[in-house]
Design a protein around this ligand. Structure first.
Ligand SMILES: Cc1cc2nc3c(=O)[nH]c(=O)nc-3n(C[C@H](O)[C@H](O)[C@H](O)COP(=O)(O)O)c2cc1C
Ligand SMILES: [Mn+2]
Length: 491
């Protein structure tokens, strides 16, 4: 990584999408594609870019059928500008940033900003004027919201929530977000519906990267993602209060949709299918409540940021922020410690499982029952509760960033009969491909979890066979002695 990648550049890029693109340009981390089609071509190029572990930001301009300057940008939050490192180093960096969240900085109200450069109301409202990709072949429509924020305000408090939920374009006046049951946006909207009222809502497309990061993080209830984002960059996010809804939105967003979501018994449309991060179209198509647009605000030459899910086997997706694996590992590590689990040495995910399905926890065993404690807490912790499948607890000599080492721990330190727990009735979602059709139909969004205790059993750990490996000190000594003469030792 380049030496000029300082924290101040990183903060500048986090706090402003357009600054982020300028800095990425300076670093040579942008490729511009002209003339691509919103129908599948942008999505396919994006998917192909993820074959690289560190794909560049791709800016699509002069998109077929749209004015030049109306752009789509992908791979923004995984750009080299943010240089988050690799492996456990990346996880530790996220943990460090999360600590700042203990001191949130609330947003400040400003009266105007670049997002008001264009105001579309009444007959001028037209969601179809933006180049919106149909990302994957079997998608049921065009999705303007992937790297987006859906903002709502709690009815019983002044909590303003911002969550990333996919948003389909239904027609010129109507969008359709997909909010899984139990997410904050869902909890809040139901309070309005319980009174028979439409839920006021704002959808932001293209905003400071720090906001996208906060909106996709699993922040606690009643915690505003705006304030978390402010804490991360050390200054308040500037917001404008929507005149139709009273909901705040970032003054420098690329596009803002302001409107209302009536109760689903008043209006619902089919949403989906949509290619999802587990690698399937599991949620298929089902009626969802709609977002009726009252006003659109957008900057001149708006940039639609996209981070649509792709299969979790693609390196660029798994390493990148769209996959959010490292971020979710950091959150789980913090929660294990907060719950009083001692000796945690690392938390990681296994590539094919995306950010959630397969979580690995390494501990330095300290007492009988310690591995059990770590496994049970990890299975129930907020950061791992939704859409989990497996927790693998391993000893601290296992390199958990190397799937072969984790498999080795399972192969050699785990007794299936005595070192496993299977737990039923855990939180899952429509996008879980293993949610049985009967449960899906009944809205029973639960699945089971397995915890593997792939650790040397505590009560006979001292008799456990010794590992067959050259000692590190001796290996270093031998390498130093021979590496000038032996090709296979050269770096
Ligand atoms: C690119 C991306 C797309 C996402 N799409 C959805 C979605 O369509 N529906 C959903 O419920 N969660 C989705 N999520 C996960 C939520 O953003 C995440 O659970 C977040 O915590 C939600 O905010 P909340 O906790 O305030 O509800 C997505 C995350 C990312 C990074
Ligand atoms: Mn939230």
């Amino acid at each position: 990584m380049t030496g000029d990648n300082t924290e101040s550049r990183r903060l500048a890029a986090l706090g402003d999408l357009r600054v982020c693109l300028e800095l990425a340009e300076e670093m040579g981390d942008i490729e511009v594609v002209e003339g691509a089609d919103t129908n599948l071509e942008i999505g396919a190029l994006y998917e192909l870019s993820l074959e690289k572990e560190e794909p560049p930001i791709i800016v699509f301009d002069k998109i077929k059928g749209f004015p030049p300057g109306f752009r789509v940008a992908v791979n923004v939050r995984s750009s080299k500008v943010f240089d988050n490192g690799r492996g456990l180093e990346a996880v530790q960096k996220y943990r460090k940033h999360r600590r700042k969240k203990t001191d949130p900085i609330p947003p400040v109200d400003v009266s105007t900003g670049p997002v008001l450069e264009n105001v579309l109301e009444d007959d001028a409202v037209d969601a179809l004027k933006f180049p919106t990709p149909r990302w994957h072949e079997d998608d049921g429509g065009h999705y303007i919201g992937t790297e987006c924020m859906v903002v709502t305000r709690d009815l019983d408090s002044d909590w303003v929530n911002a969550g990333t939920y996919r948003v389909e374009v239904h027609d010129r006046n109507t969008l359709c977000p997909f909010i899984e049951p139990g997410k904050h946006g869902d909890v809040i909207r139901k309070k309005y519906w319980a009174r028979g009222e439409p839920c006021p809502m704002v959808i932001s497309v293209g905003q400071a990267p720090v906001l996208g990061a906060a909106a996709a993080s699993t922040a606690a209830e009643k915690v505003s993602e705006f304030a978390l984002a402010g804490a991360r960059i050390g200054r308040p996010i500037e917001v404008i209060t929507g005149k139709h809804t009273g909901i705040p939105f970032p003054a420098d967003s690329e596009i803002i949709f302001e409107g209302f979501m009536p109760p689903p018994d008043q209006r619902a449309v089919d949403e989906g299918p949509f290619g999802e991060w587990p690698g399937y179209y599991a949620s298929n198509s089902r009626p969802e409540p709609v977002f009726e647009i009252k006003a659109i605000y957008h900057r001149n030459n708006p940039i639609i940021t996209g981070a649509p899910p792709m299969r979790p086997t693609l390196p660029g997706f798994w390493f990148g922020t769209a996959g959010s694996s490292h971020f979710r590992s950091a959150a789980l590590w913090d929660e294990l410690e907060a719950a009083g689990v001692p000796g945690v040495q690392g938390v990681y995910t296994i590539p094919g499982g995306g950010p959630r399905f397969i979580r690995v926890v390494s501990i330095r065993q300290m007492h009988a029952g310690h591995a059990k404690m770590a496994g049970l807490v990890a299975a129930g912790a907020g950061a791992a509760a939704y859409l989990g499948r497996m927790i693998i607890v391993v000893d601290d000599d296992i390199d958990i960033t190397n799937p072969a080492e984790v498999m080795w721990a399972l192969a050699t330190r785990w007794d299936p009969k005595t070192q496993t727990d299977i737990i039923d009735g855990c939180w899952t979602g429509y996008i879980d491909p293993m949610l049985q059709p009967e449960r899906r139909e009944k809205g029973d969004m639960t699945n089971s979890r397995i915890i593997f205790y792939a650790v040397r059993p505590w009560h006979w750990k001292d008799e456990f066979p010794k590992v067959n490996a050259v000692a590190k000190d001796y290996a270093d000594e031998i390498r130093a002695k021979w590496q000038m003469t032996l090709d296979f030792l050269k770096k």
